[in-house]
Design a protein around this ligand. Sequence first.
Ligand SMILES: [Ca+2]
Ligand SMILES: [Ca+2]
Length: 395
Amino acid sequence: MNVDSMSQSAASRTSGSSLPSGAGPVITRCCRSVKRDEDRRRANTPGRQRGVAIITALLLIALGTITMVAITSRQQFDMQRERNEGIILQARAFGVSGERFAAALLYRDVQDAQRENSDSLDDDWAQTIPPIPIDNASIQGCIVDMQGRFNLNNLVNAEGEAVEFFTGQLTRLLGELNIDQAKAQAIIDWVDEDLNPVIPDGAEDDYYTGLEVGYRAANGAFVSVSELQLVKGFSSAIKEEAEDYELLLPHISALPTVNGPTAVNVNTATPEVLASLSDEIKPLAADLSRWDTGAYEDYPECEDIFDLSADDGPETLVAERDLEPYESTLIFDQEVDSADTGENVAPAGTYDVRSNYFQVRIDVDAEGIKLSQFTLLERNGEGKTRVLYRSRDTL
Ligand SMILES: [Ca+2]
Ligand SMILES: [Ca+2]
């Protein structure tokens, strides 16, 4: 390198600011960098930092508050739920206590021989008890003789075949209640073992599986009378059919028939059920009946089940009737048969003056939570009872 070129190179290094090209971007980068530094400095000023700290603190407080409210709400919800569960458990315990009280009444009824060999609405178990306050709850109940009704399970024998007398009795009962008598056929098919529908109005699996929500016929005993709502002609979804169900409900039961068909207790039978026993009894049923429509008048919840005013059954002339319970079937026969021939007025065993099956209804009101319990009790000859069926809030 010669001296001239060395001096040129030195000149170009020392006079950089006056160079026209390449100098702009250098300046811009430099300024941006300075601006960032200034921004940082500004951001790091004590006032700015305080602002950010306050916002962060506020956010944390808000988050904390939301979390606390959520926890507290959850705790309150859990506590209320636990409290409700406690009340429900207590109500159920009261329900079972009421059931045992009913069993004791039914036991005493036999042991104290107060009933003179018969069961009637004159007995202690049939009396209404006023609501009993216990702690923060009140408990009330009633006992109803299920043999005052037509037992749907009598319709078939041990082989699952329809029994002529009882199918006839059901048909007569429907007639007494002004319900289409043809509906008896579907009820028979529901309990009979075979799959052949009774002609023309019966219904077996072919009918039920063809419904929008299909199911099959029980082809066995009714577990509860409410099962009738599954039977053709008594659907709860169709207003007229639901009305027929409600109309029939106070006159029917679903009792076990392991020891043969159950008898109707003529002391507690509704006039319609009495009339269904035979054509001979039918015209006299209203006067023969010992059913007292006011039996549960102090207890509307129980009276509701037995609201017989809705049907067009025979009118009873209470003032002119002798309401003394029948102490034997013989006395009942004599009442029916004025000629006193001593002949049975209905097949032997289809009626009686005693009962073994009772439904206990217990209502508990515990701090606004209401519970209704239905228990079917079977009582043996010594008066001891056992629970056959228990349901809550519905039959
Ligand atoms: Ca059938
Ligand atoms: Ca059948």
